[in-house]
Design a protein around this ligand. Structure first.
Ligand SMILES: [Zn+2]
Length: 261
């Protein structure tokens, strides 16, 4: 018998999100789960789609209570908070990035514990200031971002103005958005391994997450390919074999023929 586990379960994290369809009623808590072990579900995601589409499809696996369109219209900061939670549940480990030192030519690798990045209270919009002028600025969603060709478009969509009106506001809008979305652009700082000079390296959480999951799918596809070629089983048959047994068959294939590069 499975004991009743207290909420949230260890395999689940709770994220504050706007109530679906009713953002004015304040946040509600939505559970997200790890997905790395569920390669069969990730397998069906079309990684050839635009990045934010891929992210929405992956988040839909992690948070089955929300439908695709709800996830796609969430603010970027909320989506990044979900990605971090899934990443940590899947044991994605610390953020890692490499920096090249211009002074001594040495390469250095830096790490950061992603759980240490504190998130500001979630808001729908902020006030931005330029000289004596103040304007309301909405925080962008993935949907909005897809309609934007450049940072002026993003500023125009956030301010609800024309491109011409938004142009002088681009910098202040970008600053305000970054302040409310610290997971959107993560910069690791550390001393150069060669000369000690302080260096910076960027870590893109979203791209790293998508890339990591994509590589898991590619590995599974390579395994299916090897087994299909050796045993002439169908894709469905191969995927229905428990992973531990699949690994043994793959070992046999390795013994019989050297792995191709
Ligand atoms: Zn150096």
């Amino acid at each position: 018998m499975t004991p009743t586990s207290p909420s949230p379960r260890k395999s689940e994290a709770l994220i504050d999100l706007p109530s679906p369809g009713r953002p004015d009623t304040g946040p509600c808590q939505v559970g997200v789960q790890g997905i790395a072990a569920n390669v069969r579900a990730i397998w069906n995601v079309d990684f050839g789609q635009p990045l934010e589409h891929v992210v929405t499809s992956l988040l839909a696996i992690a948070s089955p209570q929300l439908v695709w369109s709800e996830l796609h219209s969430l603010g970027l900061a909320d989506r990044h908070a979900m990605i971090r939670a899934v990443w940590l549940l899947d044991g994605g480990g610390p953020a890692r990035a490499e920096a090249h030192c211009e002074a001594c030519g040495e390469g250095s690798e830096f790490e950061m514990d992603l759980s240490m990045i504190e998130l500001p209270p979630r808001v729908e919009g902020v006030e931005v200031q330029l000289g004596a002028w103040t304007r309301n600025c909405r925080l962008p969603s993935a949907e909005m971002l897809e309609k934007a060709a450049d940072s002026t478009d993003v500023a125009a969509l956030c301010l609800g103005s024309s491109r011409e009106e938004a142009a002088p506001w681009v910098d202040v809008v970008e600053e305000a958005l970054a302040a409310h979305d610290p997971l959107g652009e993560i910069v690791l700082v550390g001393p150069c391994a060669g000369c000690g000079q302080m260096l910076q390296a960027e870590f893109d959480l979203k791209l790293s997450w998508v890339g990591w999951l994509r590589s898991r799918v590619r590995r599974l596809m390579a395994d299916v390919h090897t087994l299909a070629r050796n045993y002439h089983w169908s894709e469905d048959e191969i995927l229905s074999i428990p992973e531990s047994r699949r690994a043994v068959y793959l070992d046999f294939c390795d013994v019989e023929e050297p792995v191709e590069a």
